[in-house]
Write a protein that binds this ligand. Structure first.
Ligand code: FMN
Length: 181
């Protein structure tokens, strides 16, 4: 059975170690989302790349699973209001997005222990680059190139071969971005 580890993989040492342990592949999300070739909105990449560790929060998604995202102004306010929203959780019959949305939604179905926001609405805001209202999911690991948006080839060369782009070597601060294993 193929085994594909995921989550927080962002260094060549991690990739090497996982393959040595028998992984069939590794799945990497956030570092690719912030590459030049990623088709995400420029603001989307900026929010992910510029998030500091303290800006990244975990919370309960509307699907009832833990989620991790960047604390945008909307998410920060939502998390403050959450206990009240959960107390008021009540099944809604007026959701116009239900036909192609989550099978089970904390907000629509009034499930108190799940999240209480409209994921369709806030993901659409993120897609449009709306930093105020968007929901920007992000892994917790520091990114290989810090805040820089770079081509996929640089990321692959780094993750597979440990090759650091020449300009970053010259800047002399590359290791500042690299998480300790
Ligand atoms: C573009 C993007 C979309 C994501 N969408 C979701 C999502 O819909 N629900 C969720 O719980 N997590 C979502 N995540 C977070 C991932 O499940 C995961 O926590 C994270 O990306 C960890 O892997 P990474 O360190 O390789 O990015 C998303 C992450 C990215 C980068």
């Amino acid at each position: 059975m193929p085994l594909i580890p995921a989550g927080g993989i962002a260094t060549p040492e991690q990739v090497h170690e996982l393959f040595a342990l028998g992984a069939s592949a590794v799945q990497i999300g956030t570092p690719f989302a912030v590459t030049e070739e990623s088709d995400a909105h420029a603001n989307f990449k900026r929010v992910l790349a510029e998030a500091k560790p303290e800006d990244i929060v975990t919370f309960m998604s509307v699907a009832g699973l833990p989620a991790r995202a960047v604390k945008t102004p909307w998410l920060e306010k939502y998390l403050i209001k959450l206990p009240v929203l959960q107390k008021r959780a009540n099944a809604r019959t007026d959701c116009t997005l239900a036909f192609d949305c989550l099978e089970q939604c904390g907000l629509r179905d009034g499930i108190e222990r799940f999240g209480q926001f409209c994921i369709d609405h806030h993901l659409a805001a993120a897609l449009a680059g709306d930093i105020e209202r968007g929901l920007f999911f992000r892994g917790a690991a520091p990114l290989p190139f810090g805040k820089q948006i770079r081509p996929v080839k640089d990321l692959i060369a780094y993750l597979l071969h440990g090759t650091v782009p020449v300009d970053l070597q010259q800047a002399g601060n590359f290791l500042d971005h690299t998480p300790a294993l």
